[in-house]
Design a protein around this ligand. Structure first.
Ligand code: FAD
Ligand code: E1W
Length: 478
């Protein structure tokens, strides 16, 4: 069965992992990536270290590829969220029941390089500095441009787009036959800043986090500074630094919470490091001194935009398919974009392996299985932004969360927090969304508008839970 190769566009996180798995199953895979090879010296990606949170779903995909141990070796464990209040107080809220329920901070660049190496070792051929510029689906040909702008044309048999939120494959498919594309901008952007290792900090602020040598904050946590309409987060890097991300509205609107400066903070009202530093001094006083190159970072790093992407169609019969961010980009507030894309790769690899000659059937089945789940995590990621920013929050929400935690502890087979279902299980995202809604409705019913959890008869509540909500499927770890 010598099949023509699969043509994959995009050697990002999802494209490289998919390519590796397909090659392991005997498929020939050619990957075209617009950027230069990140393993080559002098690559621009080398400078800044950007990290992301890897959770159980992503880890499971890496296990399927045989790469989980290699990745975890370079990762930093995050046991919970460390919430930093305005007054400087901070507290760790554990994510799970014990250290089997943790998430991992991984370097995007290091992960990408590891996946490239693994895919190449499995037989994948990569072509860097090759940007997809046009696709002719009738003749099944793509046009690629190199860094000098020189173009060439190549035939494809089946085309897979793993080229991210701004996908060129998607644009070409949409031009050929509309995909029903809907892009919903969040109206908030983000910017990355850096907390260096302790030895690079001025002596006056250089006290180590949690008794650890090189980290300026507790290393085994995802740090959050929630402030209502906006927030900062920080994830640890294995070298002792942290990558801070500030999330802010793009424009100031009258209903955003106002700072003492009188204007609602936004990227528009904080156009440069000078204005932004004043804002940080006021809103994030403990954080600012840990960012010694604040001006350089703020003025040098771009504002990234956030949006949710919905499509009616992810494929063009058996000729082309989108996956990862190219099919379903989401806002980052649940830390699930890569995890979801990694889950995609396992589903697609299994379907293709089972029916290697039926791309039309496989692509349709892939969308049927994955789209409801992509929609669900898109919803949950949007909801988590509000939850994160306002975690100082509304007493009803806090009461519900407290009661939910109490019941989850007493009746774990009938009540599990949505965060745990999303981050530590392989239950479909759509199930987590719907189950979370059902649990919330029941919690509301028990609380009846009260915020006093001590008034609830927990034994009666557990009986109600058991009567109304079906048994949860067991969690599997490892
Ligand atoms: P990408 O990683 O974007 O890769 C696409 C690749 O395609 C790139 O290499 C690009 O150069 C290439 N490409 C693009 N156009 C072309 C072209 N025309 N021709 C050839 N190649 C092309 N997810 C998590 O799971 N956990 C997190 O903690 C997390 N944090 C995030 C924080 C932020 C601020 C953001 C914005 C996202 C975060 N995500 C997180 C989401 C995660 O980054 C994405 O879901 C993930 O990178 C998607 O992978 P991908 O391979 O589909 O796309
Ligand atoms: C995670 C960018 C990003 C990545 C994340 C998370 C968050 C907030 C953000 C969600 C979370 C890991 N989260 N953390 N604590 N509560 N919810 O779990 O990845 Cl902003």
């Amino acid at each position: 069965m010598t099949q023509p190769p699969i043509t994959l566009i995009g050697a990002g996180l999802v494209g490289t992992l998919l390519a590796q798995q397909l090659a392991q199953r005997g498929f020939a895979v050619e990957v075209f990536e617009k950027r230069p090879d990140p393993r080559r010296a002098g690559s621009i990606v080398g400078g800044r270290s950007i990290n992301l949170a890897l959770a159980e779903r992503g880890l499971q995909a890496l296990r399927a590829a045989g790469l989980a141990d290699d990745v975890l070796q370079r990762a930093v464990m995050m046991r919970g969220r460390m919430v930093h209040a305005r007054d400087g107080d901070s507290a760790l809220q554990r994510y799970g029941v014990d250290d089997s329920e943790v998430i991992w901070s991984v370097s995007r660049g290091a992960l990408n390089r590891l996946l490239l190496e693994a895919a190449e070792a499995a037989g994948v051929r990569f072509h860097f500095g090759q940007s997809l510029v046009a696709t002719d689906f009738d003749r099944q040909r793509i046009r690629l441009a190199d860094a000098t702008g020189a173009e060439r044309s190549l035939a494809f048999h089946r085309l897979i787009g793993a080229d991210g939120a701004g996908s060129a494959v998607r644009a070409a498919m949409n031009a050929h036959a509309p995909l029903g594309e809907r892009i919903e901008p969040l109206g908030h952007g983000y910017k990355e800043l850096e907390i260096p290792p302790v030895h690079e900090l001025p002596a006056a602020v250089a006290k180590t986090g949690g008794g650890h040598e090189q980290f300026a904050l507790e290393p085994h946590a995802l740090h959050i500074w929630p402030r209502g309409g906006y927030m900062c987060i920080a994830l640890p890097n294995s070298e002792g630094s942290f990558t801070v991300t500030v999330f802010l509205p793009n424009q100031s609107t009258p209903d955003e919470p106002r700072s003492a400066q009188g204007t609602a903070p936004s990227f528009a009202s904080l156009p440069d490091a000078a204005t932004a530093a004043a804002f940080f001094r006021e809103q994030f006083p403990g954080l600012l001194p840990l960012i010694p190159h604040f001006a350089q970072d703020y003025d040098g790093n771009p504002v990234g935009q956030l949006a949710t992407l919905y499509l009616d169609r992810w494929h063009l019969d058996g000729r082309a398919l989108l996956l990862g961010d190219a099919a379903h980009a989401i806002v980052p507030f649940h830390g699930q974009g890569m995890n979801c894309g990694f889950e995609d790769t396992v589903v697609l690899t299994d379907l293709l392996t089972a029916a290697p000659d039926d791309s039309a059937g496989v692509f349709a089945e892939f969308q049927r299985v994955r789209q409801p789940n992509a929609d669900a995590i898109a919803t949950m990621a949007l909801e988590n932004y509000v939850e994160m920013r306002d975690s100082v929050a509304d007493p009803h929400y806090l009461a519900r969360r407290e009661l939910g935690a109490l019941l989850a502890a007493r009746a774990p087979a009938h009540c599990m927090t949505r965060y745990r279902m999303v981050s530590f299980s392989h239950l479909p995202y759509a199930y987590a969304l719907q189950r979370g809604r059902a649990q919330d409705a029941l919690l509301e019913e028990l609380l009846q508008g009260s915020t006093d959890v001590t008034r609830i008869d927990l034994d009666a509540a557990v009986r109600l839970l058991q009567a109304r909500l079906p048994l949860l499927p067991p969690l599997r770890h490892g």
